[in-house]
Design a protein around this ligand. Sequence first.
Ligand code: PRP
Ligand code: MN
Ligand code: MG
Length: 205
Amino acid sequence: AIDCQDDVREVLYTEEQIHARIAEMAREIERDYEGREPLLIGVLKGAVMVVSDLARELRCPVKMDWMAVSSYGSGTESSGVVRIIKDLDADLTGRDVLIVEDIIDSGLTLTWLKSNLESRGPNSVEICTLLRKPSRLKSDVPVKYIGYDVPNEFVVGYGLDFDERYRHLRDVVVLKPHVYGGEEEPEPARVEVEEGAGSHEQPQL
Ligand code: PRP
Ligand code: MN
Ligand code: MG
């Protein structure tokens, strides 16, 4: 059982499904990077869970580093103008960089990040994301490893937040609209039962 249960409309992917999918992605990555040592770059904070599970699943040498970026924009929309909050410690010269994300929404953050990292002399830069929202994409940045394409819903959990909450949930879930101030879905229509039509009778046990 998870906490925050009352805020959850539905579970989109369970912990088990996520781990199984990450294991499949790890097999692909091992094959593609055979004889090389990828540098996983986690984009803070959402990618923390994906990086930690992916790294432990990989049966090949790997290094990890972290970057924090902030995208200027109006409200929740990302604009593509990005500021580095925490830069990498690693030198990327000759490295095989694999950027790891929890979700690609507009794709604008990653488009900027990929070209920023490419300018630092790496051997290669690829992208791995657990989730992608195809209907929201505004950029055709090539993504080599994709866990799941998801509908345009308010998804949280497994690193993804709403207002910094819900990152700790083990599953990827859809929030109920009231949590983020959205429209409530209408309750199923109540059937009016006429007086005397048996509505006061208790079911026989
Ligand atoms: C979210 C998500 C991606 C980015 C995707 O991060 O984790 O990093 O937005 O948006 P885009 O494709 O439209 O650019 P957020 O900025 O919310 O920071 P967080 O990871 O700390 O939650
Ligand atoms: Mn993020
Ligand atoms: Mg966020």
